[in-house]
Structures are given as structure tokens and as C-alpha cells.
Design a protein around this ligand. Structure first.
Ligand SMILES: [Zn+2]
Length: 178
């Protein structure tokens, strides 16, 4: 089992993306990872193990997904490198969000309940919700946080392509020190 895992990781490194070997059929997330690159506008950060994608639904300004690039179904399945890599992602992303938009705190959530509800395999990912006491404005758009300190379940704030690009660009500037 260990040998198999090492081989899969080697293949991921070779092609710079998901290997077809580690894709799991019926997983809703695996197909999104194929052909995804750090140059995609919605991709904020990509490490060997994780990819950070800005959510089109900006119900919390800077809301993102942090997804394991290889299919693993539970947090218990993560290895030491996954965790240390995640620690670096948390440090970089939280810092960028706070500097870019002044978030007061960043909430991390790992549920994966929808996949279970649909009887599909779970694929480890985190939802990242920056929170702003009193709300926040960016580029003339207001992002209220009216349920603070509770969670705004199912909130929708779809931003247009121009604003999405500006939010993504601002976070990338902070991440890459522009
Ligand atoms: Zn998957």
C-alpha cells in the first residue's frame, strides 16, 4: 500500500497535475483537478499537495476552496507531508486575506457532507470563510457579514468577471509579494 502511494505521488510530480491513476470514478472533485494549473485566474496558490481556488460565490470576500490534489477521502488518510504542506497554505492564505481585505478572522470548514448525501466518494477539501466584523467593501462593492458571529448558511454573492479578477489579483499580489 505504501509503495503504491509513493508511485502515485511520483506520477503527480512528473506531469504537474493529477494522475489518471489517482482519479476515482464518481468523485465530483477529481475532474476539476485535471488540467488545472497555477496560471488559471481562479487558482490562487498551488503546492505539491494542495490547490487554493477562489470561489465565484463571494458571500464572504475572499472565500476559497483548499483542495487536496490527490484523491483521499478523509482527514485520517492525510500523510505528514499533506499536513505540513497544508500548514504552509494556511499561513500564506490567511496572511494574504488579512493584508488584502482586513479580515478579522478566517474560518476553516471541512464537512464533505454533500458527497455522502449523494452517495459519492468524499475528497478532502476545506472551505475558507474570511469574516469581517461589520462587513467590508472592496472596489465599490459591499460584502456584509450580517450573520456574524454565526455562519451565513447558503448565502450567495456572485460577483461579475471583472470584480472576480480584481479580488483574485489582489490576493495574488499579496501571496506573491507584488
Ligand atoms: Zn476525488
Amino acid at each position: 500500500m505504501l509503495k503504491e502511494t509513493v508511485l502515485e505521488q511520483g506520477e503527480v510530480c512528473d506531469n504537474g497535475g493529477m494522475s489518471s491513476v489517482s482519479m476515482v470514478s464518481d468523485c465530483e472533485i477529481c475532474p476539476f483537478l485535471v488540467d488545472q494549473t497555477a496560471n488559471d485566474m481562479e487558482v490562487l496558490l498551488q503546492t505539491d499537495r494542495w490547490v487554493v481556488v477562489l470561489d465565484k460565490n463571494q458571500d464572504y470576500l475572499g472565500k476559497s476552496f483548499v483542495t487536496l490534489r490527490e484523491h483521499r477521502e478523509t482527514l485520517s488518510d492525510l500523510d505528514d507531508i499533506d499536513w505540513s504542506d497544508l500548514h504552509e497554505v494556511v499561513r500564506l492564505l490567511e496572511g494574504a486575506i488579512k493584508r488584502a481585505f482586513g479580515a478579522d478572522v478566517v474560518n476553516w470548514e471541512c464537512l464533505m457532507n454533500n458527497a455522502v448525501m449523494r452517495r459519492q466518494p468524499t475528497h478532502v477539501h476545506w472551505k475558507v470563510y474570511p469574516r469581517y466584523v461589520g462587513g467590508v467593501s472592496f472596489d465599490g462593492e459591499v460584502f456584509p457579514d450580517d450573520k456574524w458571529p454565526r455562519h451565513r448558511e447558503g448565502g450567495k454573492h456572485i460577483v461579475d468577471d471583472t470584480l472576480f479578477a480584481r479580488i483574485s489579483g489582489k490576493l495574488k499580489d499579496e501571496l506573491y509579494g507584488d
